[in-house]
Design a protein around this ligand. Structure first.
Ligand SMILES: NC(=O)c1ccc[n+]([C@@H]2O[C@H](COP(=O)([O-])OP(=O)(O)OC[C@H]3O[C@@H](n4cnc5c(N)ncnc54)[C@H](O)[C@@H]3O)[C@@H](O)[C@H]2O)c1
Length: 309
């Protein structure tokens, strides 16, 4: 297939593109490279790979990028609550308006796979979120992703994946993700204070996110026009549990603060039965992912500009 990946130079895209190429798809990335393009370097030798450096909010860039395309994977976004809070107008225009533009410009026969998020659930009252749980986003990130998801679902010929919080290594590394940040602090700073230790969160390794997109391509007609939580019930952990798994493997000073709070207020568990029933499950455990991150953390030359655990 000829696949367009918007935001393909990002954390997820950098892991996804080589896997799509391995499956003999032709891949075109549309990305403005706001975090650089280092993640795409391993793909540049491949003749089936093309990069368009451009803005997904610009009609002419989107029209050009869509020429000859059979399927769209839409990842371009301002991602996470700190980045959206820092630049709210940009977040609204990229996360919502660019999604509306992409949908309007595509031929309706071209499917879209959309990287949505569990942040859409926001403040939940029920114990476990299923795809039917009402969306109640508490951050601008969740709000903009919810609007984009609802717009695409109303348009049809789409699969929306509400991902758990990603973790794991990528050539465009992100340290604003909870587990990546915890391991980095343990390895590099040798100490960490954790607020709201009992808050429950749900996680997925970035390589399993990639596998879920390959699964969607292979099973498109079965999954089409639906929303899925993508992750695993085995990967629902409290912040305390994560910090203690890291502590077993890294010698660092760990403090659980009684007062103070994390700006990321998410505290929820998610059911993944819907996608599991169709045959998708994760392959990388928390332990293995943390072992990988311990090795990666000592190699990194970046820091987390939003750190506030
Ligand atoms: N990583 C996670 O935990 C996670 C979880 C759930 C959902 N998602 C979703 O997956 C997608 C990818 O996330 P990520 O972690 O790779 O984020 P990322 O920030 O690493 O990547 C986003 C990419 O979009 C590009 N981009 C931003 N604005 C653009 C614009 N105007 N025009 C063109 N390109 C633009 C950036 O340059 C970047 O390469 C996002 O839609 C995100 O909401 C991610």
């Amino acid at each position: 297939m000829n696949i367009l990946v918007t935001g393909g130079a990002g954390y997820v895209g950098s892991v996804l593109i080589p896997e799509l190429l391995k499956k003999n798809h032709s891949v075109r990335v549309l990305d403005n490279l706001m975090y650089g393009g280092r993640g795409l370097i391993p793909s540049l030798l491949n003749k089936n790979f093309e990069l368009i450096r451009g803005d997904v909010r610009e009609k002419s860039a989107v029209e050009g990028a869509l020429k000859g395309i059979d399927l769209i994977i839409h990842l371009a976004a301002i991602v996470g609550y700190p980045a959206c809070k820092k630049n709210p107008d940009l977040a609204r225009s990229v996360n919502c308006e660019a999604t509306f533009l992409l949908e309007k410009t595509r031929d309706k026969n071209i499917p879209i796979l959309f990287g949505s998020t569990g942040s859409n659930y926001g403040a939940v009252t029920s114990q476990v979120c299923t795809e039917e749980t009402p969306l109640n986003p508490i951050s601008l990130y969740g709000e903009t992703k919810t609007k984009a998801e609802q717009h695409l679902m109303n348009s049809g010929n789409v699969i929306c994946y509400r991902f758990a919080t990603a973790f794991g290594a990528s050539n465009r590394m992100r340290l604003d993700l909870l587990i990546n940040d915890f391991v980095y602090q343990a390895v590099r700073n040798k100490n960490m204070t954790v607020y709201e230790k009992n808050f429950k969160r749900t996680f997925i390794h970035v390589q399993d996110m990639v596998r879920s997109f390959l699964f969607a391509i292979d099973n498109y007609s079965k999954l089409k026009d639906n929303v899925y939580n993508v992750g695993s019930e085995k990967m629902n952990y409290s912040k305390e549990e994560i910090a203690l798994i890291v502590k077993k493997k890294v010698d660092y000073y760990l403090h659980f603060a009684e007062f103070g709070s994390d700006e990321d207020k998410r505290n929820y568990e998610v059911s993944y039965r819907k996608i599991n029933a169709l045959g998708f499950d994760i392959s990388i455990s928390m332990e293995d992912g943390i072992d990988e991150l311990i090795k990666v953390s000592s190699l990194l030359d970046i820091h987390n500009e939003y750190s506030n655990v």
